[in-house]
Design a protein around this ligand. Structure first.
Ligand code: NDP
Length: 253
């Protein structure tokens, strides 16, 4: 597991690339969408809250980035048809996809397993793993049409080692790591698609605040601080890496 926090992306790192970011309206996804656009990518902003996506769209345009696209989608209710319709739309519009940052996630509740609500469990698994998996399947032909595609799944330290009370969130992240490795292995040697997982580490966002309400957010890195690894993994400098687990910030001493 390695971390590229000192990576310095050149300004045109992602020029000409079409990159889909899920959960692009807030937190880390918002920062990634802005950062990818700043480095030249045409970003497809996917999320469930349209006004947040519109604000990111406006910020990209105001900064002079390539015109982004908004794709409203809620993983909770999305169906296979939605993913295939999406693939058709993106095919018509762009003809290929050079990257996906799977970032959208639900925390669910931190609670002892014997009190975990089964409906909430299903909801978290749907948003964090099942939806992203079937969306990826529908988008594979578009990724295969790229010369150099990077698929990045977002993990968490609780996905690497189970921790009390983290319930479906931890299980969904463990599944994410395994799925990513499985897909990377399948695609190796038969495509130009690399698939990796990235653990952002403790980052100042709403999700972190919900999980750790007593923590002082000022002591945490911001989404912008952790962008170097997000850029490295999405761009050509991570070529040759697939099926690996990365960290966006160094482990605590
Ligand atoms: P936030 O809660 O700030 O952002 C999550 C994003 O996912 C939001 O844009 C949210 O949309 C979107 N989202 C949630 N549910 C759905 C849904 N059903 N359909 C579509 N989009 C949805 O979280 P972070 O930025 O902190 O987290 C980003 C990623 O990083 C997640 O995968 C998380 O698990 C991971 N992570 C974060 C850590 C941290 O310390 N922050 C640590 C370890 C991992 P909306 O804004 O509309 O609610």
């Amino acid at each position: 597991m390695s971390c590229k926090i000192d990576y310095q992306a050149r300004p045109d790192l992602l020029a000409g690339r079409v990159i889909l970011v899920t959960g692009a309206g807030d937190g880390i996804g918002r920062a990634a969408a802005l950062s990818y656009a700043h480095h030249g990518a045409t970003v497809i902003l996917l999320g469930r809250t349209i006004n947040k996506l519109e604000a990111v769209y406006d910020a990209i345009e105001a900064a002079g980035g390539p015109q982004p696209a908004i794709f409203p989608l809620n993983f909770e209710g999305a169906t296979l048809k939605d993913y295939h319709d999406m693939a058709e739309t993106l095919d018509k519009e762009f003809g290929r996809l050079d990257g996906i940052l799977h970032n959208a996630s639900l925390l669910g509740r931190l609670t002892p397993f014997d009190q975990y609500n089964p409906e909430l469990w299903e909801q978290v698994m749907q948003v964090n793993i099942n939806g992203p998996i079937w969306m990826t399947q529908a988008l594979l032909p578009l990724l295969k049409a790229s010369d150099d595609a990077s698929v990045v799944f977002t993990s968490s330290s609780v996905g690497r080692k189970g921790r009390a009370f983290w319930g479906a969130y931890a299980v969904s992240k463990a599944a994410t790591e395994n799925f990513s490795e499985m897909l990377a292995d399948e695609l190796e040697n038969v495509s130009a698609i690399r698939v990796n997982t990235l653990n952002p580490g403790a980052t100042r966002t709403q999700m972190r605040k919900t999980a750790y309400p007593a923590e002082d957010p000022q002591r945490l890195r911001t989404p912008d601080d952790i962008m170097p690894t997000y850029l490295w993994l999405m761009g050509p400098d991570s070529h040759g890496h697939s099926g690996e687990r990365f960290d966006a910030q160094p482990p605590k001493a």
